[in-house]
Design a protein. Structure first.
Length: 496
């Protein structure tokens, strides 16, 4: 695709060795896995408006692997909060992140609950919140099954964290630290503390390192119309979700009055940029620390950078990834900007690498690339974290899907994460397993019918394996790449 003219199937074998070397360098760096998330986190939220912004920031950054999101009593009830969280995840295609609700602990709802109930985190239609698994069980399960150090991120009261540790005290050793938003730790005061004071004291008594992020002080940053406009300019689904939620008359009035601040949304900024916060140690063992913002304007800049970061695709050979039109073939150039705008830079990168590996611009290879990327989106993970079983067989053209699956997930044959089921019937389908959760993804029948019909038409018109037929397939592949949305063309089913 980087040369002018049309790549043909004939040159595939000749270039395969170089391509595999390239992909090996791209997928598996010699000095560690730089594409892995740096932070493995549990998020607990009471679903206030600033929690929406905070969770969008966590989702936007590839530095975070979100093990689970639980909802606690606070701005909303746990069940109301779960509805909001699941609506958000559904709207962003991250339904694979486990979620669960905690128990009600407040005698009376806070005065701002009506306001929070009216905020739209996403489409709430057909979302179930009546689950058997509760927050305590999910927290314990996530901690027991995670090999990496886990940070507990608490955006509301500490009820769920206290109950999980109380149910299994030894689990505290799996938590490297708790990062909590609260007004003050010395003395303990603030809305999140008041929600469940006993839980706060119980958590502090465990000795787990506790970092309290506070927006009190002279560097408090107001969430004003200017920052909302800056967020609107960021080409990101996470920025779009924040803007959509805030474009409500009631919320806009609060923004105009200067009521809104950066509160819970400071936590992702702190974890990524700790040097931007002033640290005050509260005990001799340095297990209790309070952190406040040094410079509000700098925080605003990093807030926006985090929203952009998911689209700043990482490469291990390139510094960035080529997106200059003059580097690509004449017929690809008109599609490049439109593909990036519609599907994001990551799909562009994955599609380019897939077609270079595949040796020609193919239909099923593009479908495989979109399918693997959809699986990663579902779990909100990077490459090299997922195992794949393909049902596309080993006979072209359907088996061409396997190349796209490997490139898009990093789950390759060489890494022991990719397998092809040898039993027919063969179909455009694969299963993806991540941390004991397996999802089946299949191309919808109506789209598969289109592919089969178009391929048969090419054979009738030009014959099988002719130069004219390869050019015809290439034109179709570019069209499918642009027009077909990975959120729409597949059926997803959780197997276990």
């Amino acid at each position: 695709m980087f040369s002018s003219g049309v790549n043909t199937h004939k040159g595939r074998l000749k270039s395969m060795a170089l391509i595999f070397l390239f992909l090996a360098l791209w997928t598996f760096p010699l000095n560690g896995h730089s594409t892995k998330a740096r932070f493995h986190i549990l998020i607990d939220t009471d679903a206030a408006l600033d929690d929406l912004r905070a969770i969008c920031l966590f989702l936007a950054s590839p530095e975070f692997e979100i093990l689970a999101i639980t909802t606690s009593d606070g701005a909303l009830s746990p069940e109301e909060g779960l509805l909001k969280v699941r609506a958000l995840l559904k709207s962003l295609g991250h339904e694979g992140i486990p979620t669960a609700l905690g128990k009600v602990v407040q005698r009376e709802a806070p005065s701002w609950r009506d306001f929070c109930q009216g905020i739209r985190w996403g489409d709430e239609e057909n979302i179930n919140t009546r689950d058997e698994m509760k927050a305590v069980d999910l927290i314990l399960n996530a901690l027991e099954n995670e090999a990496e150090p886990v940070i507990a991120v608490c955006l509301g009261g500490l009820t769920n964290m206290a109950q999980a540790i109380g149910a299994k005290p030894q689990i505290k050793d799996r938590i490297s630290r708790i990062v909590w938003y609260n007004d003050s730790i010395d003395p303990l005061s603030g809305t999140n503390y008041d929600i469940d004071r006993k839980a706060a004291h119980d958590v502090i008594s465990t000795g787990i390192p506790l970092e309290v992020i506070s927006s009190s002080g002279e560097n408090t940053f107001v969430f004003d119309a200017g920052i909302l406009k800056s967020i609107e300019a960021v080409p990101s689904p996470y920025a779009e979700r924040i803007v959509t939620a805030h474009n409500d008359k009631t919320i806009l009035r609060r923004i105009e009055s200067g009521h809104l601040r950066l509160w819970d949304d400071l936590l992702p900024v702190y974890l990524l940029y700790p040097d931007m916060f002033e640290c005050k140690t509260m005990d001799e063992a340095a297990r209790l620390r309070q952190l406040t913002v040094k410079n509000g304007e700098e925080i605003k800049a990093e807030f926006l950078e985090i929203l952009k970061s998911r689209d700043n695709v990482k490469s291990l050979v390139f510094t960035g990834f080529p997106d200059s039109p003059e580097l690509f073939a004449d017929d690809v150039r008109p599609y490049m900007d439109r593909i990036i705008r519609k599907h994001g830079k990551e799909e562009w990168r994955v599609g380019v690498l897939t077609n270079e590996l595949h040796g020609h611009l193919g239909i099923y290879s593009i479908i495989g690339a979109k399918m693997g990327l959809r699986a990663r989106q579902y779990f909100n993970i990077g490459v090299d974290d997922i195992s794949v079983v393909s049902y596309a067989g080993s006979t072209p053209p359907l088996s061409c899907m396997n190349d796209g699956l490997q490139v898009s997930t990093g789950g390759t044959v060489g890494h022991g994460l990719f397998a092809v089921c040898p039993e027919p019937p063969y179909r455009p389908e694969a299963t993806f397993t991540f941390k004991e959760i397996t999802v089946r993804i299949r191309l919808k029948d109506q789209y598969w019918d289109i592919v089969k019909r178009d391929i048969q038409k090419g054979v009738k018109l030009y014959g099988s394996g002719t130069e004219e037929n390869w050019e015809y397939v290439r034109r179709l592949a570019l069209q499918y790449w642009l027009k077909w949305d990975r959120r729409e063309i597949f059926l997803l089913e959780v197997i276990y």
